[in-house]
Write a protein that binds this ligand. Structure first.
Ligand code: C2G
Length: 129
């Protein structure tokens, strides 16, 4: 049983989010997703997500490729989460390339190419216009 763990905000869920989750799931037998908390977003990005953490958790949990979700309370807890989930693989988009290499001692770290030309910010901007 190979367990894959990934993290993200997944705010204003879009096809780039779906594609990374599907690719992460394809690496193993079980995909667990750490969905970042509202407080973590406010602290790191200076604004609350459009959708609350409960809503974002519900959406991600409902996906066929996702087996489990939990709230990611702090970026600094990655090692603890990897251990608690008994993760074999940590998968992230390549906007995080190199940032999680330190966990290579306890799991395989994989970076996927981001889906081009789509982002939460771009969707919000498009709706605004
Ligand atoms: N992503 C992607 N293609 C896009 C947009 C996003 O592949 N066009 C990926 C990101 O690379 C990331 C995941 O989707 O791996 C979630 O993206 P965000 O919701 O923007 O997550 P982020 O706020 O970067 O994560 O520990 C990480 C934190 O949870 C924050």
């Amino acid at each position: 049983m190979t367990t894959v763990l990934t993290f993200g905000t997944f705010d204003v869920f879009h096809v780039g989010h779906l594609r990374i989750l599907e690719r992460a799931a394809a690496l193993g037998d079980r995909l667990i997703v750490g969905v970042s908390s509202d407080a973590l977003n406010i602290a790191k990005k200076g604004r609350a997500p459009v959708f609350s953490q409960e809503e974002r958790l519900c959406l991600v949990r409902a996906l066929r490729c996702v087996d489990e979700v939990f709230v990611e309370e702090a970026l600094e807890l990655k090692r603890d989460y990897l251990r608690q989930c008994r993760a074999d693989i940590l998968a992230m988009g390549d906007d995080w390339r190199g940032r999680f290499d330190e966990f290579g001692d306890i799991c395989r770290v994989v970076y996927f190419e981001r889906t081009p030309a789509i982002s939460t910010t771009a969707v919000i901007e498009k709706i605004r216009l």
